[in-house]
Each structure stands twice: as structure tokens, then as C-alpha cells.
Design a protein around this ligand. Structure first.
Ligand code: CA
Ligand code: FE
Length: 535
């Protein structure tokens, strides 16, 4: 979501076999170099200036990430991060304690020159359901220590603490919200998108400015953008201390894009080139498995994480496969905009998809077969119906969130009901505000049963939509139990077999790097009873 006129612009590859084949190809495509640069001495700067991260946990392992970048912002595309072309080996040490006294594993990974000297070390063979600590070394340099987790084994039901975040605009504010989430030491942090902002804000006063002074559109520019964000001390600390589950929204590529369709009506062939650059830079900076290695403009990001018998998290990709924005037309309706049922018959077209056929089938299948007590669907944009008003005061719907894909939403909610999916909870971002919503198959019938509960987290720092405007819509949307756009922050979930407790954590001032945090509101969902209760 970017601010516009209304301040709001705000297959599995067809089979598992193909999917495995692709992963194997991706992993084998890179030949282990014959010789590494002689133990490098890093006089030009700390090669671990972008920090470390862990993610993609399984019951016996995880991915450890770093990227060699002694000069994070680089003007020379041939030396990303200021690293001279060569092969670099990075050693890692994994221990069962935070001081690295009890080492359980050492290994060596390649800083891959095809991917800006990033490291994605896939580690397995460890114990389930616990924390490990790790550090990288390269030549005479060592990284800070980070924490990783393995997933609990089937049968386990230990309490789980999750934090989730979205919409961190570097120009709009500091990342104090990230620091406060790190202080809470959740088991995992879920990034729901708008991790970077690709554009330069020309309208507002800023607390700091994006490098390069232009919108990110090419691989070197996207790399610099991620590198700049990763030099932020609060984001570095969150990644070091808390393992990450990551998905994207629009600003990792371009505001309000939908698959190959740009909000600026770019030629789709051209736009897919830009998407390929953006996806590659995303892969280079995230703790992702080889399954996610991008192939041109395609990248497999959606994934599922099972925390024993307690919770399963389905992490969705809401951008790569979606149908074009409903009634997308020049000059100004390229991205999110309001449409009414009268103005846009396409809006309710049953063939429109938010997830694409393969991801939708994968999601529905996974949910139907899940034996977890809680089924968490973590994804980018507002899912609940939201009846807004257009300029003529007609009821209208925003085309960029699930309100632009109502048939797909109905399919998902009908499936949750008919497959009797246990305790579905939806986590969303994008709209720079806190929301608690009842999700129903029929939002227009107040007596219709609640199928699931949606909790939307506000932005880390990005500017909000206008509070007064949205408050006016609330009487027309009785399934909205809470709305607040005037605060920045994040959300935590404490999950136990009996209940999920959600805390909306609000920082006092995103323009203050030392800002404080407090709980704005707290909700509980009891096992077997969809719908949030104010705590
Ligand atoms: Ca967004
Ligand atoms: Fe955003």
C-alpha cells in the first residue's frame, strides 16, 4: 500500500515430482569451485555488515543465511557488496548453547557469486524442537551469533510464540518495532511482505532516504535496497535473534503489481524482466532453501511449517500467480482502485484467482489433511470483505486485496467450512493498520456462522491510511471487531492447545529510534470457537 489520491495505493509445480526435479536441478546447477580465494583478509570492511539470519526450519534443520558485503551499497554491478570476483568459502559453527561452547556441527558453504555472494547453508540431522546458535567465519572475519530453531516433532504440543510484521518503509521511520519484537524473543518471526519499498517517496518529509535516489527496477538497484535495509541495527538484531518465515507482498517488486501486470501498464515482457531482478534480490537476502532459487521471473516461495500437533502455518504467495486487478484500465486504474458491482462485472468473475490454481489446490489439500489443532494462514493482504464508499457514495471494493478476488475468497472460506479445518486463523498485513475480523462465507448475513478469525498487523513504519475515512465504513462491516490505523507496530500470537492470544503491539513514534512499545489491544480465540474475544 502506497499513499495516492485517497492516500491508499496502497504448484507446488504441477506435481511434487516436477518440483523435486527442479530443486535437484537448482542445487546441482552450481559446481563447487576448484579453489577458493586464499583466506581473504577483509581490509575493505566487515564482510558480515548485513548480519545473519536463520529460517526455513524443518524437524531436523534449517537454513543459515548471510551475504558477504563489506561495502553494502555498491555502484559497480560487477562487485556487488564491494566483493571482488572470486570464490569464497564461508565456514559455519553450530552449537547447542548461545556462547557456542558446545559445538554440534561445523560446515562450509559457498558465497555464491551468481547470487551476490550470499550464503544459504541447508543444515539437517539435528534434534527436533529446540534452539541452536550459529556463527559464520570467512578469512579473518567472524559474524555475530544468531539463533535458529528446528520444528517440534509430530505429537509435540509445547506452547508456541509467533511474532509477525509487515510494511517497513525505511524512509518513513525507524525500525524500533523490529527491536521490540526481538526483545520479546518469539520462536519465529513471520514477515508478511513490504520488507522493502521499491519507490522513492517524493511527497513526504522523511527520517532517512533510500540509496540511489531512484526507484529500484534493476538487479543492482534491488540489491542495494535490500543491503541498505539490512544495515539497520534493529532489523539485523531481529534476524540474528529470531528465525524468520518469509513471504512477500507488492513492494518487493512494484506497488500493486499482479503477476505480469504492472500498475503502470508496462509491457508484460519488460515487467517480467523487472520481476526476475526483484525476485532474485529477494532470494539473495532471505534464509530460503534451494527450492526457492529463482528461475527467471519464477520463484517458489509458498510453503508450510508444522509445529508438532499444535499448529501448522501455511505461508502464501499472494502476488506471483494472481489474476490481473479487476477492471485494470488506463490511465489511473493500473493498481488498487475502487470498483462497484455496477462498474465492474469482472470483479465477481468466478475464474479470478488470488493464489493461482496450483497454489490454491496445494493450500486446500494441505488444510484438508492437516491434523494440527490450529491452522494458521499467513499471507499478504486483507481477506475480510470490506464495503467501502466511492466518490459517489456507492458501496465499492478495493481491487488489490481479497475484495478484488471475492470468488477466490469464497472458495477458501467454503473449503475451511466443508473440510472442517480445525481452528483456522488468518494473519495479514499490507493495509498499515490493526484489524480483527470475523471471516464468513456470507459476510452480508449477520447470522452466518464465523468460519475463521483474521488478525491484521499494522506497519513497522510505513504511513497509514486515513483513520477517519475508514471508521466511517465500519457500521457497514459488522464483522470487523477492531480497527486502528494511527499506530505502527507488530503482532504477537501465543499459541497453546486451548487458545490463541493475540497482542497488538504499538510503538509510540516511528520517527524516534528509541521509541517505546505497549499493548494496544489483546484478543483470544478459544479452541473450537471461531471469532475473537477481547481479552
Ligand atoms: Ca502492500
Ligand atoms: Fe505496505
Amino acid at each position: 500500500m502506497v499513499e495516492s489520491s485517497r492516500t491508499r495505493r496502497a504448484s507446488y509445480a504441477s506435481s511434487r515430482r516436477t518440483f523435486l526435479k527442479q530443486s535437484a536441478l537448482a542445487a546441482s546447477a552450481f559446481a563447487w569451485p576448484r579453489a577458493f580465494a586464499a583466506t581473504p583478509s577483509w581490509r575493505s570492511g566487515d564482510p558480515f555488515a548485513l548480519g545473519v539470519a536463520a529460517g526455513a526450519p524443518t524437524v531436523d534443520g534449517f537454513v543459515l543465511w548471510t551475504r558477504l558485503a563489506p561495502q553494502p551499497i555498491s555502484n559497480d554491478p560487477d562487485t556487488p557488496g564491494g566483493v571482488a570476483p572470486a570464490s569464497y568459502a564461508v565456514e559455519y559453527t553450530i552449537a547447542s548453547d548461545p556462547t557456542l561452547r558446545t559445538v554440534v556441527r561445523t560446515g562450509r558453504a559457498v558465497a555464491d557469486p551468481r547470487f551476490a555472494y550470499s550464503v544459504h547453508a541447508e543444515v539437517g540431522g539435528l534434534e527436533p524442537g529446540r534452539s541452536y546458535w550459529y556463527r559464520f567465519t570467512c578469512g579473518d572475519a567472524s559474524s555475530r551469533v544468531g539463533r535458529a530453531i528446528t520444528l517440534p516433532p509430530p505429537g509435540a504440543a509445547a506452547p508456541l510464540k509467533v511474532g509477525y510484521v509487515s510494511c517497513a518503509n525505511y524512509e518513513h521511520g525507524y525500525f524500533g518495532a523490529y527491536r521490540h519484537l526481538a526483545d520479546e524473543a518469539p520462536d519465529v518471526a513471520i514477515f508478511l511482505g513490504d520488507y522493502i519499498y521499491e519507490y522513492i517517496d517524493k511527497k513526504r518529509t522523511k527520517v532517512r532516504t533510500h540509496s540511489d535516489g531512484v526507484d529500484a527496477t534493476t538487479l543492482p538497484l534491488y540489491r542495494n535496497r535490500y543491503a541498505q535495509y539490512r544495515t539497520d541495527p534493529d532489523l539485523q538484531r531481529l534476524h540474528a535473534d529470531v528465525p524468520a518465515l518469509v513471504t512477500w507482498d507488492d513492494h518487493e517488486v512494484q506497488n500493486d503489481y499482479a503477476s505480469q501486470w504492472s500498475e503502470d501498464f508496462d509491457d508484460p515482457v519488460e515487467f517480467l524482466r523487472r520481476r526476475a531482478a526483484a525476485y532474485q534480490a529477494y532470494y539473495e537476502h532471505m534464509p530460503l532453501r534451494a527450492r526457492a532459487v529463482p528461475h527467471g521471473p519464477d520463484m517458489l516461495l509458498y510453503d508450510r511449517f508444522r509445529f508438532g500437533d499444535l499448529a501448522e502455518i501455511s505461508l502464501l504467495d499472494g502476488r506471483q500467480y494472481r489474476s490481473r486487478e479487476a477492471c485494470q484500465r488506463p490511465p489511473s486504474n493500473g493498481g488498487g482502485h475502487l470498483e462497484t458491482d455496477a462498474s465492474c462485472a469482472e470483479l465477481r468473475d468466478a475464474t479470478r484467482s488470488m493464489l493461482g490454481a496450483a497454489q490454491e489446490a496445494w493450500l486446500h489439500d494441505g488444510l484438508a489433511h492437516s491434523s494440527a489443532r490450529w491452522n494458521v494462514i499467513a499471507q499478504d493482504v486483507l481477506m475480510a470483505q470490506l464495503r467501502e464508499h466511492d466518490r459517489n457514495n456507492e458501496v465499492a471494493y478495493w481491487t488489490d486485496d481479497w475484495n478484488g478476488y471475492p470468488a477466490a475468497r469464497t472458495r477458501l472460506l467454503t473449503h475451511l467450512r466443508d473440510a472442517r479445518v480445525a481452528n483456522p486463523v488468518v494473519l495479514s498485513g499490507d493495509i498499515h493498520s490493526f484489524w480483527t475480523n470475523d471471516l464468513k462465507v456470507d459476510f452480508d448475513n449477520p447470522a452466518a456462522p464465523i468460519i475463521a478469525t483474521e488478525f491484521i498487523g499494522t506497519s513497522i513504519s510505513a504511513h497509514p491510511p486515513p483513520y477517519e475515512l475508514f471508521v466511517k465504513f465500519l457500521p457497514d462491516n459488522p464483522h470487523v471487531k477492531f480497527f486502528e490505523s494511527r499506530k505502527r507496530g507488530y503482532v504477537t500470537l501465543d499459541i497453546t492447545p486451548d487458545r490463541v492470544t493475540t497482542r497488538f503491539r504499538a510503538i509510540a513514534d516511528a520517527t524516534d529510534p528509541h521509541t517505546e512499545v505497549s499493548t494496544l489491544k489483546s484478543f483470544v480465540v478459544e479452541n473450537g470457537r471461531p471469532g475473537a474475544i477481547e481479552a
